[in-house]
Ligand binder design. Structure first.
Ligand code: HEM
Ligand code: HEM
Length: 278
């Protein structure tokens, strides 16, 4: 992903301008329309605004596909997200203009309430992207996470080598660090950002409080081992922080995406019902 500034300011706010232009034109159409029967979803202006809103909604759904299409050569993804965010927000006003601010407890309005949930969760998502460090949001493909995990595997091997000529006490600490270190887990674990019972932290503590007297080469090996495990602990902290940030991003998408699908279904039903009964 990309930092929010890169998509909010994309091409000098191009999509903000387009969105404001669209809202301006819709307001003019709404206030200058004087069809018999007053303003409502079933006037020509109403149909027009409804069709535009529905068009925007279905187009916004396309982002989910576009996002995963790494081979695509179209507009850069930040352009898509920029358009998504601004055009998506216009719906908050476009749809009320379409229905002439008429809402009720019916299937038509249900589509609107669902849509509001999508829009507000989207805004929350943009806010979260702003909070999440860009160093990790840049890596949508887990590139750095993979690199860090690889580094940990290397450290584990170096630890095993370093513990080779040392007393069992050290080998046991290395085993604890390798076998009892967990990353990820449930969403709740991920969001907590750390692990109280982390095997690596326990191993480091054990090594630092060791009262075995070593000399010569063994002493050097011990120092190397402590250094390696300390480096691993640092890497783990960073990974858990990244996993936590990713978890936070997942959290709002859990609302955004299903509500988006529900909105599409709601709009489909609304249009069907409207034409069926007219
Ligand atoms: C092709 C697209 C659309 C068409 C043809 C359409 C058509 C209509 C029509 C004819 C009405 C008037 C119904 C009546 O007076 O009984 C209406 C009302 C309404 N429409 Fe749409 N619409 C479209 C898209 C949308 C979208 C995308 C939404 C929101 C997500 C939406 C939400 C509403 C609401 C909330 C009302 C008012 C319901 C009420 O009176 O309680 N419409 N629409
Ligand atoms: C009815 C309106 C909307 C619909 C139907 C919609 C739909 C979607 C869909 C399908 C995705 C793809 C999610 C995925 O596959 O991971 C998405 C992502 C996203 N949406 Fe929306 N959205 C809407 C409005 C908004 C609004 C108003 C905002 C912000 C103000 C917003 C912000 C975002 C962001 C930031 C992403 C993530 C982009 C990324 O991960 O690269 N959305 N939306």
């Amino acid at each position: 992903m990309i930092g929010p500034r890169t998509f909010l300011e994309y091409r000098n706010y191009r999509y903000l301008k387009i969105a404001l232009g669209l809202l301006g034109l819709s307001l003019i159409a709404f206030f200058f329309s004087d069809e018999p029967g007053g303003r409502s979803g079933s006037t020509w202006v109403g149909y027009g605004l409804g069709a535009i809103s529905a068009g925007i909604i279905y187009w916004l759904m396309w982002l989910g596909i576009r996002k995963r299409d790494y081979a695509s050569t179209g507009a850069p993804l930040r352009g898509w997200v920029s358009a998504h965010v601004y055009l998506g927000s216009t719906l908050l006003l476009l749809v009320p203009l379409h229905s002439a601010f008429e809402f009720g407890w019916n299937i038509h309005s249900l589509a609107y309430w669902m849509m509001c949930l999508v829009v507000f969760s989207g805004m929350l998502g943009v806010g979260l992207y702003a909070l999440v460090p860009t160093s990790m949001t840049r890596n949508r493909n887990n590139i750095t996470l993979d690199a860090m995990l690889e580094r940990i595997a290397e450290i584990d091997m170096e630890c095993q080598l370093a513990a080779g000529g040392l007393p069992d006490y050290y080998a046991l600490a290395v085993v604890t660090s390798i076998e009892e270190t967990h990353i990820g887990g449930t969403l709740r674990d991920q969001l907590s950002g750390w692990d109280d019972a982390c095997g690596t932290s326990r191993a480091l503590k054990k090594l630092r409080t060791s009262d075995i007297e070593l000399t010569g080469d063994a002493k050097t090996q011990e120092r190397k081992l402590v250094e390696l495990i300390a480096r691993k602990e640092l890497l783990l902290k960073q990974i858990r922080r990244d996993v936590r940030s990713k978890g936070m991003l997942d959290l709002w998408l859990i609302v955004h995406v299903p509500a988006a699908f529900a909105t599409c279904a709601g709009v489909g039903i609304h249009v069907f019902v409207v034409f069926w009964y007219h």
